[in-house]
Ligand binder design. Structure first.
Ligand code: KG4
Ligand code: ZN
Length: 376
């Protein structure tokens, strides 16, 4: 079964071609540069960029997969969650295609896509791996920090989430005031490698709350206060150099030329220890609780932008690697927002008959910016 999938939920214009659980092509055009000068995503700009880019991205995806539109068996699109006016662009396109080729349309939850990003295979059918239900999925990105119990394909229970900022967002905000550009997460991780993570004691709230929720705003505020207390000089020129240098992989060189570099590295490392420590603590709490309830979990999925973080991976491996199989997306494109993961999710939805075939039902499909996984 060949599926053409579209995701325009945030700042990536993305189209992919899928054959069953294999990704034949996964094309995205990132708008990061357009949003960079604003320090975050601007919805109206995202919408305009999606409209400009979608046809080109779609043609590129078909060309790379060596597939014609006539060969597509179904169209899939992200219905939510995401930015309303951005989601609309992809939905309109998918509806037009479904009508034009008289094929079914499969509406997909973006977070379900992130879970399936760790279960995707490439065009050769690799990697080969095993997993079983129920499994625990941890979704950590700039917009989400959620623990999801996946009972089976298409069956989700949200066990807990952040009550305020997302994990990636806290990296971005703390990194931003140290002038690390946008998104600051990868830069902060790199800088933290040089720091002493025990230098500053930063808060890890809700560790003993008795539930699976988290909070990142206290940590963010404490880290930001630390920056203003400890850093005496303004950072402006230094920061942009950081960010630019990351593209050329010489962050260390720029960093070591700066005389406050030690303080910045120590703050970054201490922040990261508390930020990742919070996720680790909650994961342990959840796994222990599930075990006590008699649920046999063998597999963990960790997906979303922050799952690229090597410090976090190392910690998860040492804490849970001997008892659980930990699955991450295996292709770089699958970490960020992309349509490959939407197509894989759509394939499993199609197997369960969750498709819209009647033209009236297709017409009625509307975006749902706050669509919860548990509502599927
Ligand atoms: O999933 P994603 O590409 O977009 C959404 O938020 O949906 O995630 C982007 C987020 C940003 O907050 C970025 O700073 C963070 O993921 N991120 C990282 C790393 N790589 C990306 N955070 C910490 N360490 C990293 N290596
Ligand atoms: Zn996402």
């Amino acid at each position: 079964m060949k599926i053409l999938a579209i995701d325009t939920s945030c700042d990536e214009t993305a189209v992919a071609i899928i054959e069953n659980d294999r990704i034949l092509s996964n094309v995205l055009s990132s708008q990061i540069q357009a949003h960079q000068e604003w320090g975050g995503v601007v919805p109206s700009l995202a919408k305009r960029k999606h409209e400009e880019l979608i046809n080109l991205v779609l043609e590129t995806a078909l060309k790379r997969a060596k597939v014609r539109l006539e060969d597509i068996d179904a169209f899939a699109v992200t219905k939510g969650p995401g930015l309303a006016i951005a989601l609309e662009v992809g939905i309109r396109k998918a509806k037009d295609l479904a009508h034009q080729f008289n094929k079914p349309l499969i509406p997909i939850n973006h977070m379900e896509g992130h879970i399936y990003s760790a279960l995707a295979k490439n065009s050769q059918g690799n990697p080969v791996f095993e997993y079983q239900f129920p499994l625990l999925a941890l979704l950590i990105s700039g917009g989400h920090t959620e623990f999801v119990l996946m009972m089976n394909h298409g069956q989700y229970e949200i066990l807990g989430r952040t009550l305020d900022d997302a994990l990636g967002e806290s990296y971005d905000k703390v990194g931003r005031i140290m002038d690390m550009g946008y998104p600051a997460g990868p830069v902060l991780e790199k800088i933290a490698e040089k720091g002493d993570e025990n230098k500053y004691d930063l808060p890890m709230p809700m560790q003993n709350s008795g539930n699976a929720n988290m909070s990142y705003s206290g940590l963010k505020t404490a880290a930001m206060k630390l920056v203003s207390d400890e850093l005496k000089e303004p950072l402006n020129k230094y920061g942009q150099k950081f960010h630019d240098s990351l593209q050329h992989k010489n962050v260390e060189a720029v960093h070591s030329n700066y005389d406050q570099s030690k303080v910045i590295a120590d703050i970054s490392a201490s922040f990261q220890k508390a930020a990742v420590g919070q996720v680790l603590g909650k994961t342990k709490f959840i796994l222990d609780k599930l075990k006590n309830e008699g649920q046999e979990i063998k597999d963990l999925i960790i997906a979303g932008g922050v799952s690229q973080n090597k410090y976090l991976r190392k910690k998860f491996k040492s804490s849970f690697g001997s008892e659980y199989r930990i699955h991450y997306p295996t292709d770089k494109k699958l970490y960020t927002d992309n349509a490959g993961m939407i197509g894989i999710a759509a394939y499993f939805n199609a197997l369960q008959g969750k498709t819209l075939s009647d033209p009236h039902d297709i017409n009625k499909l509307d975006r749902d910016p706050d669509w919860e996984l548990s509502e599927i």
